[in-house]
Design a protein around this ligand. Structure first.
Ligand code: XMP
Length: 572
């Protein structure tokens, strides 16, 4: 299968480049931009592994090339003979590394900027002309994306085209590196698209991966198909076939244990194991902590049984969790106790299963959980909340023994959902919003009790059910027309939070003193940042009335209008 390598220099949109290339049907892998490429060339370029490396994209960066912090790629990329596409910093990096000059702009440029692209005329001959015409086809509005994907679209060989590109940069090229030509100039007067006369090297000062970049997807497609000559091979059906071929060979007849959380990732991982291996060798374990959403255990169990699970071990441990949480009110204390107890119970129950040492441990780890990029080269994320479901002695021991399998480790979240659909996982689970490991315990502020879990579970279920029933506004916030989508599917994550305060109300002639509930709903791409979902007020009012009419313990409903940052998505 053809592959594009993306060198991540720390831009916020590097992940987006990867997603766009994959959505075009080509496998893309992101690695830190300053990593040594020893062994990568020429082995992968010759197709020695399962992937044939066809081209390299150099991402943007918050840094500048002329400072020591500016990340530097392994020079082997310039000697590999592979096509290169530099995006923003990536272009500046190539320019700087190959003998050109990059300097600061008087003022940072941000947003939509017109770019005039000149197509080479008939008389304009140079060795890289054919590839250049394929790349520049991206900027001809008359050429449809499908033709570019087919790989044979050529730019008309004369004239100029203007597109509104999307920029975010504080530096510019002030002298091109030897051998480069400028083919695109921004209407603000600096080089916006360049290409090399002899080698298949291209650079753009704008961000083709950004949604608002006109002909951006076409530019990536022109590079991937027209210049690199990739063929489409990346699809979830293909992925299933690959796993079916490779997993049995890796695992043999040994048993495989997977700990299920009830979320999308682990359920899809279970479905993948069940399709690739004999169901008798797949052991699934699920801890019902009593901190789950309404009916969660029943839905997950039913779905896994339908998928052919024969060894589904459901451990009921509500009492253990509630008694460990008794009297605790501080968020980190609650998280720590839950995390520790999870591990204790897991170890106990796994040893109770009596599986042999040769047993493999499967995990629903995603691509984004694994890659060292995304946080930016060399930057470390600070601890805001301790996530209990990261690492455990069991995972560590199996990793040391080389007995971990992570069958989703090449997938993005939206690909996991697509894979789930291909594998026949229930739609109810596939479209489900994320849910934190510590469950309702971090959505009940203050002390967690069985009674409060019950109240919150019912309120949350009403909220979610209503979001699924209600249609999203036909026009989304960016003005695009959307049809047939429910509010639930439009929202990244929605849930109810039970506050540790009560307030006075009236029911008939009687005074009430009920709990205060907050509804939370956010729009987000990855949970790292989030915007408050701008509900139509009518929906909020109706849902609030339904909750207070149905659950007598709740006297008042509020809506949380804080974005992340400064707030986090969960309240604790
Ligand atoms: P925050 O609250 O940090 O949440 O803005 C970001 C995303 O992570 C989820 N979350 C967790 N997921 N274990 C998880 O698997 C956890 O301990 C945990 N805490 C928060 C949260 O629901 C949101 O999607």
């Amino acid at each position: 299968m053809d592959k594009i390598l993306i060198l991540d220099f720390g831009s916020q949109t590097t992940q987006l480049i990867g997603r766009r290339v994959r959505d075009l049907g080509v496998y893309a892998e992101i690695i830190p931009g300053d990593r040594s490429l020893e062994g990568v060339f020429p082995a992968e370029a010759s197709g020695a592994g399962t992937h044939r490396l066809r081209g390299v994209i150099l991402s943007g960066s918050p840094e500048s090339v002329y400072t020591p912090q500016g990340p530097v790629p392994d020079r082997r990329i310039y000697e590999s003979g592979l096509p290169l596409l530099g995006i923003c910093y990536g272009l500046q990096r190539m320019t700087h590394d190959l003998g050109g000059c990059v300097e600061p702009l008087p003022e940072r440029e941000y947003g939509g900027v017109g770019v005039r692209v000149r197509m080479p005329g008939k008389a304009d001959c140079f060795p890289n002309r054919e590839a250049a015409l394929r790349f520049l086809a991206a900027f001809d509005p008359a050429i449809p994306l499908a033709d570019i994907i087919a790989g044979n679209a050529l730019a008309e060989d004369s004239g100029e085209r203007t597109v509104t590109a999307w920029m975010s940069h504080g530096d510019t090229l002030t002298r091109l590196a030897p051998g480069f030509r400028e083919y695109g100039t921004s209407l603000t007067g600096f080089p916006a698209a360049v290409l090399h006369e002899e080698r298949p090297w291209f650079g753009v000062q704008f961000h083709p991966e950004a949604t608002h970049c006109e002909r951006g997807n076409e530019a990536l497609a022109a590079f991937v198909f027209g210049v690199c000559g990739c063929t489409r091979g990346w699809s979830m059906e293909q992925y299933v076939e690959e796993i079916r071929a490779s997993l049995p060979a890796r695992v043999g007849d040994n048993p495989v244990l997977l700990l299920i959380s009830g979320g999308v990732d682990s359920t899809v991982a279970a479905a993948l194991l069940l399709t690739a291996l004999k169901s008798a060798q797949v052991h699934l374990m699920y801890l019902d902590t009593g901190l789950m959403r309404k009916d969660e255990t029943r839905i997950v169990a039913a779905s896994l049984e339908r998928l052919g699970a024969r060894h589904l071990h459901i451990v009921r441990c509500e009492e253990e969790f509630l008694s460990a949480l008794k009297g605790l009110t501080e968020p980190e204390a609650k998280r720590t106790v839950i995390g520790d107890l999870f591990i204790t119970i897991q170890e106990r129950e796994v040893s109770r299963l009596g599986l042999p040492d040769s047993c493999f441990l499967a995990q629903g780890t995603l691509y984004t959980d694994l890659i060292e990029s995304g946080k930016g080269v060399g930057k470390k994320a600070r601890l805001i909340k301790s996530h209990h479901n990261v690492g455990s002695p069991l995972v560590d021991a199996k990793r040391r023994a080389g007995r971990i399998i992570e069958p989703l480790d090449r997938l993005y979240k939206d690909e996991v959902r697509r894979l789930g659909r291909v594998l026949g996982v229930d739609e109810e689970i596939v479209r489900r919003h994320p849910f934190p490991g510590p469950g309702l315990a971090v959505r009940i502020l203050g002390e967690v009790t069985k009674e409060k879990c019950g109240i919150l579970r019912e309120a949350d279920a009403i909220f979610i059910e209503e979001l699924k029933k209600r249609a999203a506004p036909a026009i989304d916030r960016e003005g695009a027309y959307k049809q047939g989508s429910s509010l639930y599917d439009e929202i990244w994550q929605a849930f109810a939070v039970l506050l540790p305060i009560r307030s006075v109300g009236v029911a008939g002639d009687l005074r009430t003193y009920g709990w205060v509930l907050s509804l939370r709903a956010v729009a987000s791409a990855d949970g790292m940042t989030a915007d408050v979902y701008p509900f139509p007020l009518k929906d909020l009012l109706e849902i609030s009335t339904l909750i207070t009419n149905t659950i007598k313990e709740i006297g008042r409903v509020t809506y949380d209008i804080s974005s992340k940052p400064p707030a986090t998505i969960e309240w604790e």
